[in-house]
Design a protein around this ligand. Structure first.
Ligand SMILES: [Ca+2]
Ligand SMILES: [Ca+2]
Length: 453
């Protein structure tokens, strides 16, 4: 894979990006041995370091107005690949021999352009290491530590999540798995661009099975909720910024009619990148129904193409985004979109059975909550069960908890959901972060302090 040259990096710094290299990879590590135990962690398991590459010749732009597109295509030798509905956000391709970095630098200085960035991609570290999950059994699902630590049985006596739709943007899903059958909405496959978001293939390596595992954890916590499977990463864990943003927008309004309420109230992102992309941030703020800000590169929505977003927000309000915080065991190595700082987005760290933060989990004040993420059993393709670890596993436990709460108190805004989940979370030992407790959230009580030895 091609490493960006120093010159390209410098050019990235000159355009509207806060960060440069932004692929997306699932955030899981393989569990060590049958039956669980603590997760194996490794440096770079969340996608740091090597292997960064970009979709050749591709440029993502957010324009001030869609009227500017035709002249822009001619001026810079670009062709249109696709667009987010009627919004002035485009995936473009260089037609001639111009270098990507040069084109991005020119676009950055064009007054019609609010954001210009390359479309970056990466193979997941799990795929490179080819480490399988540990095979488990259905008994391990009920016997594992996480449900007890979350007081899940008592919480589910109060709410099962009925009426809530949770989008899972991942490697796809095995819709026939006993844990998922009957709980899935149709979904979509943004990798192969078809209506079947199942996980293809037979492998038990790489990122394959990740989406089924993550979706299974939403179902474990909120069995009454509906899960919308959206495939954005292939079996090798490869995705790109455009596809992620496109799937997020789809999750908000699958039928494209802002009058009908068919969107996901909760979006789970068990994936991440070490660098920001402004296009994904702009879409996260559309999901949040954040206020428009004229001339702000990310929040400008003066083009009439955003009218459907305005209607959706007026009719149904914003959606909660739950994002894995990353597996670098670091406070400085932020993951995006988890670290975007969008008000309706909560970043999730991973805890372990001994009431501590898991060693692999990122930590820091930018993270909102922790949830069990070490030695977690869930569904795997082919009707199987397996134990995996990572902040990828923690995020869907928070998404499911939010679904329980939203089903019981449907008027709560995404921000209010986050506030309640945080205020009622239980103390972890030797950490500022707290572990989600859906029972305490539903009863609006603050659980007693943990006894730390
Ligand atoms: Ca497919
Ligand atoms: Ca709709």
């Amino acid at each position: 894979m091609r490493q960006p040259s120093p010159k390209t990096l410098a050019l990235f710094g000159a355009v509207l990006l806060a960060g440069a290299l932004a692929p997306f990879a699932p955030l899981a590590t393989a569990a060590n041995g049958p039956g669980g135990g603590s997760a194996v962690t490794s440096p770079g398991s969340s996608g740091s370091g090597s292997g960064l590459t970009e979709m050749p010749g591709e440029v993502l732009v957010k324009l001030r107005s869609s009227d500017a597109l035709p002249a822009l295509l001619t001026k810079y030798g670009l062709a249109l690949i696709s667009r987010f509905g009627s919004r002035p956000i485009y995936r473009l391709k260089i037609v001639g021999t111009a270098r990507l970095g040069d084109v991005l630098a020119l676009l950055a200085n064009d007054p019609a352009v609010l954001v210009a960035e390359s479309n970056l991609t990466q193979q997941s570290p799990e795929a490179r290491r080819n480490m399988p999950w540990a095979i488990g059994n259905p008994q391990a699902l009920a016997a594992q530590w996480a449900p007890q630590a979350m007081h899940l049985a008592q919480a589910q006596a109060l709410s099962s999540g009925v009426g809530v739709r949770v989008a899972v943007l991942d490697t796809g899903v095995d819709g026939s798995h006993p844990l998922l059958a009957g709980r899935l909405l149709p979904g979509f496959d943004f990798v192969d661009y078809d209506a079947d978001p199942s996980e293809p293939g037979q492998s038990n390596g790489g990122a394959w099975g990740h989406g089924t595992h993550v979706a299974g954890l939403v179902a474990l916590v909120a069995p009454g909720a509906q899960i919308m499977p959206l495939r954005v990463l292939d079996g090798d864990g490869v995705g790109n910024a455009w596809v992620l943003a496109e799937a997020m927008l789809y999750a908000l309004d699958p039928d494209g009619d802002p009058a009908t309420n068919d969107g996901a109230q909760i979006i789970n992102l068990s994936l991440g990148s070490l660098a920001r992309t402004r296009i994904v941030e702009a879409v996260a703020r559309l999901a949040a129904c954040a206020p428009a800000v004229a001339d702000d590169p990310v929040n400008d929505r003066s083009d009439p193409g955003y009218s459907a977003d305005a209607l959706r927000c007026a009719n149904h309000g914003g959606s909660l985004v739950v994002a894995a915080a990353g597996n670098d065991g670091s406070s400085s190595s932020k993951q995006y979109p988890a670290a975007e700082g969008v008000e309706s987005l909560v970043a999730v760290a991973a805890s372990n059975a001994s009431k501590h933060l898991a060693g692999f989990s990122n930590f820091g004040s930018w993270i909102g909550l922790a949830a069990p993420g070490d030695a977690i059993t869930s569904a795997l393709p082919g009707g199987r069960w397996g134990t995996w670890g990572g902040t990828s596993m923690a995020a869907p436990l928070v998404a499911g908890s939010a679904a329980l709460l939203l089903a019981r108190e449907p008027t709560l805004t995404p921000r209010a959901l986050i506030d309640r989940l945080r205020r009622t979370a239980s103390v972890l030992c030797a950490s500022q972060l707290r572990q989600v407790d859906p029972l305490a959230a539903l009863t609006n009580t603050v659980p007693p302090s943990a006894s730390c030895n």
